[in-house]
Write a protein that binds this ligand. Structure first.
Ligand code: SAM
Length: 349
């Protein structure tokens, strides 16, 4: 330990401030469930037209009046709601992000990340660290994608796809603006969920034809989304397995797919893309990139989520380059695309 590391020298630390700091970290799980309750009870939707009293919110939400008042009070202390006096609460900018079906909404993401599958997996997190692997089989009886594919989990799976779509909004604009589509006519969004990324690219470039490759229970959502955007004539969705085969294309999009898998599995996915690509073909990988250790870095926290949920991980640039080199790709350009994500453009070698 060096003198430069804050708190490294316990003789100089402030025990009371340190205890408060640790307790602030500890309450993070409870805060996540406060977000869950606000989202699940549609509190932000009830307040969309103006401030209401806690009793009025409880009546609309079908929830207990005093418990709802306490929830709204806590949410206002977190900056999700404003307090207008006399037990009346209004929406803040942050709270508005918990509305259902509005542009930029994070409601589905909140619901899925605080819902059954994710929460159970966090409950097994110390075991995941002990064994170096997600405890999904112990917690859910299946890996997370098998779990979502089960008919009885269809509602949670739909929420997961829509959460991915909500998150996509944060980065697709930046990626669409930055990616080089010179000489590109066909694009496959590998593990593309509802196709937010490829559809945004197609909307920006009317000559592009796009496809989503995803699991059978997911692709119908992508077809529906293409229809909603009036892009069905240039779009198709393929139900398949990216470990088996990937359709041919000029450009592959892999957005937050590699972080779900270990190195061997990532190499298999990237090799399948390389086999289907022509020489000089391109791919765009969008992921968080882990930066300098010891500095605040959201990617390292997301990495813990990947350990809890999947076989995957967040990676630093050297780790990405090793994957690309092992699978017939070379990284050509790297740029931030917003929301803490980076685009890494690859060329087939
Ligand atoms: C983390 S999500 C990313 C979705 C999308 N690319 C995005 O960024 O919004 C991973 C996606 O991979 C899909 N997936 C998982 N296993 C797959 C497989 N073996 N073959 C094809 N898709 C798969 C999932 O269904 C899910 O849609």
């Amino acid at each position: 330990m060096t003198d430069e590391m804050p708190g490294a020298d316990s003789t100089r630390s402030d025990p009371a401030a340190d205890a408060t700091a640790v307790m602030d970290l500890l309450v993070g799980g409870g805060i996540a469930q406060i977000l869950h309750a606000v989202a699940a009870l549609h509190i932000a939707d009830h307040l969309a037209d103006g401030a209401l009293t806690a009793d009025e919110v409880a009546e609309r939400a079908g929830s207990h009046a005093q418990a709802t008042y306490r929830l709204l009070r806590a949410a206002s202390s977190l900056g999700l709601l404003s307090y207008e006096g006399d037990r009346r609460f209004g929406l803040t900018g942050r709270g508005r992000l918990l509305r259902d079906g509005v542009p930029g909404s994070l409601r589905s993401l909140v619901l899925v990340q605080t819902g059954h599958a994710h929460w159970r997996l966090w409950g097994h997190f110390p075991e995941a660290v002990r064994h170096g692997a997600s405890q999904a089989r112990e917690a859910l009886g299946a890996d997370v994608f098998e779990y979502f594919a089960r008919p009885e989990n269809a509602e949670e799976a739909a929420l997961f796809s829509s959460a991915m779509a909500d998150m996509s909004g944060l980065v697709t604009q930046g990626a669409v603006a930055a990616v080089d589509t010179t000489d590109v006519a066909t694009v496959v969004d590998v593990g593309g969920a509802e196709g937010q990324f490829v559809l945004a690219l197609m909307a920006a470039e009317p000559r592009l034809h796009g496809q989503v490759l995803d699991l059978p229970h997911v692709v119908e959502g992508a077809r529906r989304e293409a229809g909603n955007r009036g892009l069905s004539d240039r779009f198709s969705a393929v139900a398949g397995d990216f470990f088996t085969e990937v359709p041919a294309a000029d450009l592959y999009l892999l957005k937050t797919v590699l972080h779900d898998w270990d190195d061997e599995q990532c190499t298999a996915i990237l090799r399948n893309c390389r086999s289907a690509a022509h020489d000089g073909g391109r791919a765009l990988v969008v992921e968080m990139i882990i930066g300098d250790i010891g500095k605040p870095d959201f990617a390292t926290l997301s990495d813990m989520g990947m350990l809890a949920m999947t076989n995957g991980m967040e990676r630093d640039l050297d780790e990405f380059d090793a994957l690309f080199a092992a699978s017939g790709w070379r990284r050509d350009k790297t740029y931030p695309v917003g929301g803490g994500y980076h685009g890494m453009e690859l060329v087939a070698v």
